[in-house]
Design a protein around this ligand. Structure first.
Ligand code: NAD
Length: 697
């Protein structure tokens, strides 16, 4: 049982005890129900307190029970709350630290609530595509007012207890208790022990002076901001129901809405992402208690596009950074860019000027490797050239103190070779940031053959500290993300040869939900980058069929936004992609040269070819052990490549479509004379799972 029972004088105390956050799993619910029953039967007990052990009152549902029948096992949360309401003796919730989701719903079912200041209070269900399902949408508006409650339910973000306790007219907290919460709660319970009738939130009325206009406004906002997700609209409907329907009827509607949302692909995708995010931090052979090295001072080599952004991450986290370059001008340029970024944030009101200065104060620069000697970790972000990396790593090996971590931001080079330039390959690791490095969430942590476990654990922890989503990748050309995107782009280019236009391809995949189609993305990243990679591929894979159209584009100097022209035209200073007659002419001319009669390609085919190209390469990565879990690949694509969140990532999307159907589509693409049949040969893992009728998940 994950709840304890104790009697303190006239008050029984039920303490939720299910680490880490007292999730309301079956054992916890059972424990509370038993405690309630005991207290009813004990004549010496005149009131009850429910509180939480350790670091939370309760974080809500136990995620280990997600999607299992155990979540509904009686007493389920709804029955438990009814039992609390029905208690003949007053029940006081004593909340502290974290009171979220089902935890808050449980507290709202109690007769009284007292809170410690600094407690995070919220209903985050919307973040996993749900509405609160145990009365949250009905009780919160009754204690906080419709607008505050709806804002909290729609936003899903916690609000501090002391902020809520100060709201005029609030009925959420009966008392804020500074100091010893349990002592305060016991005193409060004794005070109210004889109060009758017992107050119930369900008996309060929810009201709003102008409900029609208000809910219309809320619906319009939700429609604009959360198009792909049904849950926000349902949250609004349910809060509106708190005004319109009798309590029990609204509760039945809340329950049926909640269970219907549970089955939507959007909620299942968001739940998948929730779990995937947590799973990404777990590495099978690196236990959670692996000791980590202390990283308090960093060094960054190279003050270019990536070096500057990388440095900012650490400055923002309050860690001093020394940046090294070969020339003073390069340092000056790099520092000016960093300063410019901070100034822009200050101008937009996103950052206080003093804080920007404080962060800049943590940055120092040098031309001398001797100044790196006291850094605990160095990240190299110099030119992508093995010779240059060799020079840098040999120097680092000489100057860095023993135990320092040596990281490379290389995107394509072999990390094992880089590690071999040093006498300490166990201390070398890849940290593959994405551009702009101070903004993008994704960090691929590249594990070399000899990277030590504590180095890996340290970098994963540091990544969290700078608020990145860290995903471990093995060593290969392109790591997880770029190796997959290459296959995706290859399809995009072939689609254009066969009859699509760049706009059509972009629109189709953007309608599917991608933030940006492949052609707009290439124009943003620079078409010359892909060109350089393809030149290598032509030599490595002479038999593979590639579209030459992107090369013709590059030969015309159309590198994308930076040159004002790429797959699209751009006006000076603007980022809007304008369809280009020149590009259309180039595409048509090339088709004539190849003797291709263009065909009309449907949006479905475009989406399937682009996405299944990702999925098949993802399956290869899993098979080769470059990616450890399918959900890691999903996290890479969601956080680094704008894959639609409501689909949960490419691998999860394939599972949703059904791997059998994915393979069938690939077999169909194998018959396309303008593509390679070998390209569409399902990866053995994919073929096996499809045959077995199972999933990547
Ligand atoms: P960049 O050209 O903008 O910057 C490189 C900087 O390194 C320059 O300022 C240069 O002066 C400096 N430099 C070169 N040789 C040096 C040396 N021996 N010692 C010290 N400084 C030296 O390049 P970038 O785009 O910032 O890329 C840096 C690294 O990051 C590369 O390995 C690249 O593959 C990788 N990367 C780039 C991106 C991206 O989108 N640009 C994304 C991920 C990874």
């Amino acid at each position: 049982m994950s709840a304890s029972y104790a009697v303190h004088g006239p008050v029984a105390v039920i303490t939720l005890d299910n680490p880490p956050v007292n999730g309301l799993g079956y054992g916890t619910r059972r424990g509370v129900a038993d405690g309630l029953a005991r207290a009813q039967d004990d004549p010496a007990v005149r009131a009850l307190v429910i509180t939480g052990a350790g670091r939370a009152f309760s974080g809500g549902a136990d995620i280990r029970e997600f999607d299992s029948p155990q979540a509904m096992r009686e007493p389920n949360l709804l029955s438990l709350i009814l039992a609390i309401e029905a208690s003949s003796k007053p029940v006081v919730a004593a909340v502290h630290t974290v009171c979220m989701g089902g935890g808050l719903e449980l507290a709202l079912g109690c007769h009284y609530r007292v809170a410690a200041p600094g407690c995070k209070v919220g209903l985050p269900e919307v973040k996993i595509g749900l509405i609160p399902g145990a009365g949250g949408t009905q009780r919160l508006p009754r204690v906080l007012g419709v607008e505050t409650a709806l804002n909290m339910i729609l936003g899903g973000e916690p609000v501090a207890s002391e902020v809520l306790a100060k709201l005029p007219g609030q009925r959420l907290f009966d008392r804020l208790i500074d100091g010893d919460l349990l002592a305060g709660a016991l005193a409060f319970a004794a005070e109210v022990a004889d109060q009758r009738p017992l107050p119930l939130v369900r008996r309060l009325a929810a009201s709003h002076p102008n409900p029609d206009a208000y809910f219309q406004f809320a619906r319009n906002t939700a429609a604009a901001m959360a198009k792909q997700f049904p849950a926000p609209r349902k949250c609004i409907d349910m809060v509106a129901a708190s005004l319109e329907l009798p309590f029990d009827e609204a509760m039945r509607l809340e329950w049926s809405t909640f269970t219907a949302l549970m089955l939507t692909p959007e909620s299942r995708a968001l739940r998948h992402v929730f779990m995937a995010e947590r799973a990404a931090g777990k590495i099978a052979d690196v236990p959670a208690d692996t000791p980590v090295r202390s990283v308090k001072r960093l060094a960054v080599i190279g003050a270019g596009t990536m070096g500057g952004g990388i440095a900012m991450n650490f400055l923002n986290a309050g860690l001093p950074v020394v940046m090294l370059e070969t020339k003073q001008e390069a340092l000056d340029r790099g520092v000016a860019t960093i300063r410019g970024n901070y100034d822009a944030q200050v101008k937009k009101g996103k950052l206080k000027a003093e804080l920007a200065e404080q962060r800049l104060g943590l940055l120092s620069t040098t031309l001398d490797y001797a100044d790196l000697a006291d850094a605990d970790m160095v990240i190299e972000a110099v030119f992508e050239d093995l010779g240059v990396k060799e020079q840098v790593f040999r120097r680092l090996d000489e100057v860095m103190k023993p135990g320092a971590i040596l990281a490379s931001n290389t995107s394509t080079l072999d990390l094992n070779r880089i590690a071999a330039f040093t006498q300490r390959p166990q201390d070398v690791i890849g940290t593959h940031f994405f551009s702009p490095a101070n903004v993008m969430k994704l960090l691929e942590v590249v594990r070399g053959e000899q990277t030590a476990k504590d180095v890996l654990a340290t970098v994963m922890q540091l990544g969290k500290k700078i608020r990145k989503t860290c995903v471990v990748s093995g060593v290969c050309d392109g790591f997880i993300g770029n190796r997959m995107v290459e296959q995706y782009l290859r399809q995009a280019f072939l689609l254009v040869d066969e009859g699509s236009t760049p706009q059509q391809v972009d629109k189709a995949i953007e309608r599917f939900g991608f933030a940006m189609g492949p052609f707009r993305m290439s124009d943003l990243a620079g078409n010359d980058i892909g060109w350089a990679i393809r030149k290598r591929r032509y030599a490595e894979r002479p038999h593979m069929q590639y579209s030459k159209t992107p090369d013709l584009l590059c030969e015309k100097g159309r590198f994308g936004q930076k040159t004002g022209a790429g797959w699209y035209d751009y006006q000076a200073g603007k980022r809007d992609a304008i369809p280009s007659p020149v590009v259309l002419e180039l595409i048509e001319g090339h088709r004539r040269t190849l003797g291709i009669t263009p065909r009309k390609i449907g949006d479905d085919e475009i989406v399937e070819r682009l996405v299944y190209a990702l999925v098949n390469e993802g399956a290869h990565l899993l098979e080769e052990g470059i990616a450890a879990k399918a959900s890691d690949i999903d996290m890479v694509y969601l956080t680094g490549y704008g894959f639609p969140l409501h689909r949960g990532g490419p691998m999860r999307h394939a599972d949703e479509v059904g791997l059998f159907n994915v393979v069938r589509a690939m077999r169909r693409f194998q018959r396309n004379p303008l593509d390679d049949a070998t390209f569409w040969e399902p990866a053995p893992l994919l073929a096996r799972l499809a045959t077995d009728g199972t999933t990547f998940g």
